[in-house]
Design a protein around this ligand. Structure first.
Ligand code: ADP
Ligand code: MG
Length: 591
C-alpha cells in the first residue's frame, strides 16, 4: 500500500541531504544570519558540534507570527515566485534547512524583530508546543543540541569532535573571507578560535590564515565586460605543495570549480610546477543570469553559462596581476651616464623601463658606457641624452631601485652583490644564469638557434637502443640550444658543436644528464620544451663556486633584467633578495 510520508519523516529524509554533519549545520545557520543582514555573528560549539551548536546574530530577527513557519519545510521568506529563483540575492532560498535540522536534533530558536517582544520556540522530536515569551536579544539565536540523537546510524558516522571541529573552522573561515565587513566570533569548548571584527580583506586573511600572508598578496580589482573580479592572489612565497588554500567565491558564495582553479594555475605559467598550488581568494561577481547555483543544496558546484569565457577572463586577470609584481620590483640601471650640461649632472636611465623589447645583443652594444676621457660632449650624445631625459620624465618612474652595475661584487663565489639607491640587492648567480638560459632556450625553440662553439675534436657518444629513441625526440631541441649533432649509426651520435655558454669538456656528461633527467622528470613540467629548457639551463648555468669577474657579473645582471621574470627561477625560488637601507638602519639601531 502506498502511503504519504509524515511531515516529520519527510524532514528526516531531506535532512539526509542538507544536514551531513555539524559543519553543514553551521553553514546553514551562518547563511541565515547573513541573509538577515547581520553585522555580528557568533558561533559557539561544544564537542565538535556533537553536543551543541549555537549561532547568534544581530540581524532583522523573526517575528512571532513567522517563528512556527520558519521551521516548516519549504517555508522561506526569501523567494515568492518562480522568477525570484533566477535572481537570487540571498544565500538560502529553499526553506529546507531549519526544518531538516529540527527533525534530527533538539532545536531552540530565540528571536525578536526590532522594537518587538522576544519569543522562543523549542523543538523536540520533530515538533513544538508553540511560541513562548523570551528575553529580547535584538537578533536571532539558534541552538542545536544532540545532533542526530534520533537517527543513530547517522550519529555513528560522525567523526571525532576534533575532526568535526576542524570542518567547522574551515566553514567559518570561508564565510570570514567572503564577508570581511562582518564580525565573526567562533568559540569551541570555551576556547576562542576566531574573534574577527569588520576589517579589510587583507587583514582578514592574516587573521584567518597566517599573519605573514598579507605581505605576500597581490590585489585583484578588475572589470571585464559585465564580470568583475576582486580579491587577492599570493606571490610565490605562498605556494604550497598541497591544495587547500584556494578560495573561490561566486557572488560571495564559496564554490569549488576545477576548471576555474586551472585557469588560475595556468596564469602562473612556469612560476609553479605541477603539484604546486598558489594561494588565492577570488570573488567572481557575475550577473545572476550567468550562473546557476541551484544545482544541489549541499554541493559547492555551480553551472556557468559560458565557462570558457570565464576561464579565459579569469586567467587573463590573474596573469595581469602577476605581471604587476614584476613591474614594481626594482628596475635595472645599466649606469650609462651622459654628462648633459656644464655642471656635469648625470642621469641614470633604467634600462628595462625604456628598452624592454630590444634584444639582448643589440642592447648590450647600446649600453656601453661612453668613454670617461670625453670631456667634450658630442652633439649627438647631447641630443640622445635630452631624449632620454624627456622619456624619463614621461615614464615618471621612481629611480630609487635602480641597480648600478658599477658597484658589483661576488661573495663566497656564490652571490653577486650590488648597490641600489634604496639599499642593496643580493643575486644568486646560479639561479640568475639559470633563468637567463631558460628563457633564451625557450625563445630559441620558437625562432633562431642559440650560439654554438665548434669542437676542435668532435666527440662520439653511444647510447642504449632505448635511450637512443628518447634522444631522437630531444635532438631537434638540442640543436636549437646550440648543439650540432650528427647521427652516426643506430645507437651513436657525433657532437660537433656545443652551446657557446657551456664549458668545454663535459658535454658528453651534460647531454647524458639532460637526457636522463629529462626522461625521468619530464612529467613535472607542463610541456616538453619547458622541461628541456629547464634541464639545459640547470646544467649549463654557472655554479656556486665559479669565480666571476666584474664584466661577467655585469653581463649576467644585464641579461637577467632582460628576462620576463628576473625575480624567480623556473622552479619558483627567488633569484634576487633585497635589503633596504631602512632595514639595515634598523639592525644597527640607527633610528
Ligand atoms: P531559507 O534560508 O532557505 O529561507 P531556512 O530553513 O534556512 O530556509 O530558514 C527559513 C526561514 O527562517 C528563512 O527564510 C528566514 O525567514 C528565517 N530565518 C532563519 N534564520 C534566521 C535568522 N538568523 N534571522 C532571521 N530570519 C531567519
Ligand atoms: Mg537558510
Amino acid at each position: 500500500m502506498i502511503k504519504a510520508l509524515s511531515e516529520d519523516l519527510r524532514n528526516k529524509i531531506s535532512a539526509g541531504e542538507v544536514v551531513e554533519n555539524p559543519a553543514s549545520v553551521v553553514k546553514e545557520l551562518i547563511e541565515n544570519s547573513l541573509d538577515a543582514n547581520s553585522t555580528q555573528i557568533m558561533i559557539v560549539i561544544e564537542k565538535g558540534g556533537h553536543q551543541t551548536i549555537q549561532v547568534s546574530d544581530n540581524g532583522i530577527g523573526i517575528s512571532v507570527e513567522d517563528l512556527p513557519s520558519s521551521v516548516m519545510r519549504f517555508h522561506t521568506s526569501k523567494i515568492k515566485e518562480l522568477k525570484d529563483l533566477f535572481e537570487i540575492e540571498t544565500l538560502g532560498f529553499r526553506g529546507e534547512a531549519l526544518a531538516s535540522i529540527a527533525s534530527v536534533s533538539e532545536m531552540k530558536i530565540t528571536s525578536n524583530v526590532r522594537e518587538k517582544d522576544g519569543y522562543c520556540l523549542r523543538f523536540v522530536n520533530g515538533s513544538h508546543n508553540g511560541v513562548e515569551p523570551a528575553p529580547k536579544i535584538n537578533g536571532t539565536e539558534i541552538t542545536i543540541r544532540d545532533l542526530f540523537y534520533n537517527t543513530p546510524v547517522r550519529k555513528k558516522f560522525l567523526k571525532t569532535p576534533r575532526t568535526e571541529l576542524r570542518k567547522i573552522v574551515d566553514i567559518v573561515r570561508r564565510y570570514g573571507l567572503a564577508f570581511p565587513e562582518i564580525s565573526f566570533k567562533l568559540i569551541a569548548d570555551d576556547r576562542e578560535i576566531f574573534d574577527l571584527n569588520r576589517e579589510k580583506l587583507a587583514d582578514r586573511i592574516d587573521k584567518l590564515l597566517d599573519p605573514t600572508y598579507s605581505k605576500n598578496l597581490l590585489p585583484i580589482n578588475i572589470t571585464k565586460g559585465d564580470y568583475f573580479f576582486s580579491g587577492f592572489i599570493g606571490n610565490l612565497n605562498l605556494i604550497r605543495s598541497r591544495p587547500g588554500e584556494q578560495y573561490l567565491f561566486l557572488n560571495r558564495r564559496f564554490i569549488k570549480d576545477r576548471l576555474m582553479n586551472r585557469a588560475v594555475y595556468n596564469a602562473y605559467e612556469s612560476l609553479i610546477k605541477r603539484g604546486e598550488y598558489p594561494f588565492f581568494v577570488i570573488n567572481l561577481v557575475l550577473p545572476n543570469d550567468q550562473a546557476d547555483v541551484n544545482v544541489h543544496p549541499m554541493k559547492l558546484e555551480v553551472r556557468f553559462n559560458d565557462e570558457w569565457r570565464l576561464f579565459n577572463l579569469l586567467k587573463n586577470v590573474v596573469s595581469e596581476t602577476l605581471q604587476s609584481i614584476l613591474n614594481t620590483t626594482p628596475s635595472f640601471d645599466a649606469s650609462f651616464e651622459f654628462p648633459i650640461d656644464d655642471n656635469n649632472r648625470f642621469f641614470n636611465v633604467p634600462a628595462n623601463t625604456l628598452q624592454k623589447n630590444i634584444p639582448v645583443t643589440s642592447r648590450q652594444a647600446e649600453l656601453k658606457p661612453p668613454s670617461s676621457e670625453s670631456s667634450v660632449v658630442p652633439n649627438n650624445n647631447l641630443k640622445r641624452a635630452r631624449e632620454y631625459v624627456s622619456q624619463l620624465a614621461e615614464a615618471s618612474k621612481e629611480n630609487e631601485n635602480q641597480i648600478s652595475v658599477e658597484n658589483i661584487w661576488q661573495i663566497h663565489k656564490k652571490y653577486i652583490i650590488s648597490e641600489i639607491n634604496s639599499g642593496l640587492v643580493i643575486i644568486d648567480q646560479h639561479v640568475a644564469h639559470e633563468r637567463v638560459l631558460y628563457e633564451e632556450a625557450l625563445e630559441a625553440f620558437e625562432s633562431t638557434s642559440m650560439a654554438s662553439q665548434t669542437l676542435l675534436f668532435p666527440e662520439t657518444l653511444v647510447f642504449s637502443p632505448d635511450d637512443f629513441d628518447g634522444l631522437l625526440d630531444v635532438l631537434p631541441y638540442l640543436e636549437k640550444i646550440g648543439f650540432k649533432i650528427k647521427k652516426q649509426d643506430q645507437t651513436s651520435i657525433r657532437i660537433e658543436a656545443i652551446p657557446s655558454e657551456l664549458s668545454i669538456g663535459n658535454e658528453k656528461n651534460v647531454i647524458r644528464e639532460i637526457l636522463d633527467n629529462f626522461l625521468k622528470d619530464q612529467k613535472k613540467y607542463s610541456s616538453f620544451q619547458e622541461g628541456l629548457a629547464a634541464m639545459f639551463a640547470c646544467k649549463a648555468a654557472v655554479k656556486a663556486g665559479d669565480v666571476l669577474v666584474k664584466e661577467e657579473m655585469q653581463e649576467l645582471v644585464n641579461r637577467l633584467f632582460s628576462t620576463k621574470h628576473p625575480y624567480y627561477c623556473p622552479h619558483g625560488r627567488p633569484i634576487i633578495v633585497q635589503l633596504s637601507l631602512h632595514e639595515l638602519d634598523g639592525r644597527f639601531e640607527r633610528h
